[in-house]
Design a protein around this ligand. Structure first.
Ligand code: GDP
Length: 205
């Protein structure tokens, strides 16, 4: 058990890159379409009841919400957008914020993408995956609400998504998760441990 994640504390919400904490150390960002189960996943893996509530506070839903683990390590809760009926202006603003953050943030090490196991690989998810590929950031996918399916069906979805993403030229890992059943917590802790502890990759030549 790694209790580092239990120490997560909200620091600030940023509307743009200028307002973010210093771009040093290492951070892991959490992405997911609204209602995918991202807040529940964040609360579960930090063992806190309402850590991610801040990200749902009106006015903060379209911001980058930062949480510190220690001086050098952070989580970032990225804004999701909802279903198809989002005003174009909101979608554009979101796209610009995401693109800038994902391409320019030096301390961003990897992205955890949370998908409802019953609705994987939505348009939102594909956009995030495309950006991760473009910015060459490792991606770890949580297929959450796994308790909604029986184990066989959940495993089949995992394999189907894995096959779908096998062609990508970047490291993608995925796992089953359930906030309700606290399933998959050790697995995501392990992935985070690796990301936070891995030495910097050498520059490409
Ligand atoms: P977010 O919008 O992505 O942050 O989603 P939330 O974490 O707020 O979850 C959306 C809804 O799904 C809420 O009603 C949660 O109670 C429910 N939910 C989230 N995770 C799970 C899970 O693992 N299992 C089940 N059965 N429901 C979940």
């Amino acid at each position: 058990m790694n209790t580092l994640y239990y120490q997560a504390k909200f620091v600030l919400s940023a509307p743009d890159l200028k307002s973010t904490p210093l771009d040093t150390g290492r951070e892991v960002a959490f992405a997911g379409r609204s209602n995918a189960g991202k807040s529940s996943a964040l609360n579960t893996l930090t063992n806190q009841k309402s850590l991610a509530r801040i990200s749902k506070t009106p006015g903060r839903t379209q911001l980058l919400n930062f949480f510190t683990l220690n001086e050098e390590q952070r989580f970032v809760d990225l804004p999701g957008y909802g279903y198809a009926k989002v005003p174009v202006a909101v979608k554009k603003k979101w796209q610009l914020l995401m693109e800038t953050y994902l391409s320019e943030r030096q301390s961003l090490y990897g992205i955890i993408l949370v998908m409802d196991i019953r609705h994987p690989l939505t348009e939102f998810d594909m956009q995030m995956i495309e950006w991760c590929t473009y910015s060459k950031k490792p991606l770890h996918i949580l297929l959450t609400k796994a308790d909604k399916l029986n184990y066989g069906a959940a495993k089949n979805t995992l394999l189907a998504v894995q096959r779908e993403l096998a062609e990508l030229e970047m490291p993608v890992t995925l796992q089953l998760f359930s906030a309700l059943k606290k399933m998959g917590v050790d697995e995501i802790h392990q992935r985070l441990d690796e990301w936070f502890q891995e030495p910097e990759a050498p520059e490409e030549t």
